[in-house]
Design a protein around this ligand. Structure first.
Ligand code: C2E
Ligand code: MG
Ligand code: MG
Ligand code: MG
Length: 280
């Protein structure tokens, strides 16, 4: 009995692995087609000065609409794109598209918008990355001071190779923010030596900041450290008025989240900016 049980377990286990890898291979080939057939598009989530309610910029977030499978979340396809290396061509498209759109908005008169683009480690490791960035800036005519890259603490796994790239990026005039800050394995000594400009407080701390002493204390500590080493702070995942009040009270000036707006398609984003103008 023990033997057959073991065998069955093995078969079940094996089948799961197999079906997982089939799903992954299907997704991977679907993703290759998707790039060619323009199934990807971007949404933009407003970032605001939470004291004045003024928009300061937006985060570009990739979306995949598959003709049969419907909408597939980035939480599902980004990790796969990273593993397969498809994030390199996809990320290149995301960068070009978001710079192009931002330049368009500047030319429409929304002149002070900074665009944040999520960049994966795989892209930073691409030997052509800096050239691609320079080309994009040249072609779209976007001033690099309006461009920001969001990187996660996963850069620390390969920090020796990546620090040089980050420096080059900053030398171009692009800002760098550390996304999902507080969830990874960054130690404060690392932060001091990393060429970054902004800490992005992870939404898990913001979620219960108004009712949990620990989250509140962590965010206060992040704000204090950031201030003392000259970094800006932005909070993500703001969903409630209470979040805004608490963060504002603690001295956090910038934020984004569903409370202000969900990520929006181009037209809806323009309507959002119009509505801000009307209320002022
Ligand atoms: P992230 O960069 O930390 O992006 C923030 C995520 O939180 C987004 O999910 C956003 O829609 C969501 N969010 C924003 N406000 C709120 C809120 O108030 N409450 C809650 N619960 N969630 C909120 P999304 O768009 O599903 O993206 C998930 C992750 O996928 C991103 O996390 C990022 O790591 C990755 N990703 C998305 N777009 C790109 C991209 O263009 N390139 C790369 N490399 N990664 C991307
Ligand atoms: Mg991000
Ligand atoms: Mg984040
Ligand atoms: Mg996050």
């Amino acid at each position: 009995h023990v033997k057959s049980g073991t065998k069955n377990d093995y078969l079940v286990f094996n089948k799961t692995i197999e079906s997982q890898s089939i799903e992954r291979r299907l997704l991977e080939s679907a993703m290759r087609t998707a790039i060619k057939e323009n199934q990807f598009y971007l949404e933009y989530q407003p970032k605001l000065n939470i004291d004045t309610n003024q928009i300061i910029g937006m985060e570009a977030l990739v979306r995949w609409h598959h003709p049969d499978l419907g909408t597939i979340s980035p939480g599902k396809f980004i990790p796969l794109a990273e593993e397969t290396g498809l994030i390199v061509p996809l990320g290149e498209w995301i960068l070009i598209e978001s710079c192009k759109q931002t330049k368009k908005w500047h030319d429409m008169g929304y002149s002070d918008l900074t665009v944040s683009v999520n960049v994966s480690v795989r892209q930073l490791e691409d030997p052509f990355f800096i050239d691609k960035v320079k080309n994009t800036l040249m072609k779209t005519k976007l001033n690099p001071k309006w461009l920001e890259f969001e990187v996660t603490e996963s850069i620390l796994a390969d920090v020796n190779n990546i620090v040089g790239i980050l420096r080059e990026i900053r030398q171009l005039g692009i800002q760098i923010s550390l996304d999902d800050f507080g969830t990874g394995y960054s130690s404060l000594s690392y932060i001091k030596n990393l060429p970054i400009d902004i800490l992005k407080v992870d939404q898990s701390f913001v979620k219960d900041i108004h009712q949990n002493e620990e989250s509140s204390a962590i965010v206060q500590a992040i704000l204090k450290i950031a201030d003392s080493i000259g970094l800006q702070v932005i909070a993500e995942g703001i969903e409630l008025q209470e979040h805004v009040m608490k963060l504002s009270n603690d001295g956090c000036r910038f934020g984004q989240g569903y409370y202000f707006s969900r990520p929006l398609k181009v037209e809806a984003f323009e309507q959002f900016m119009e509505s801000l103008l009307v209320t002022i």
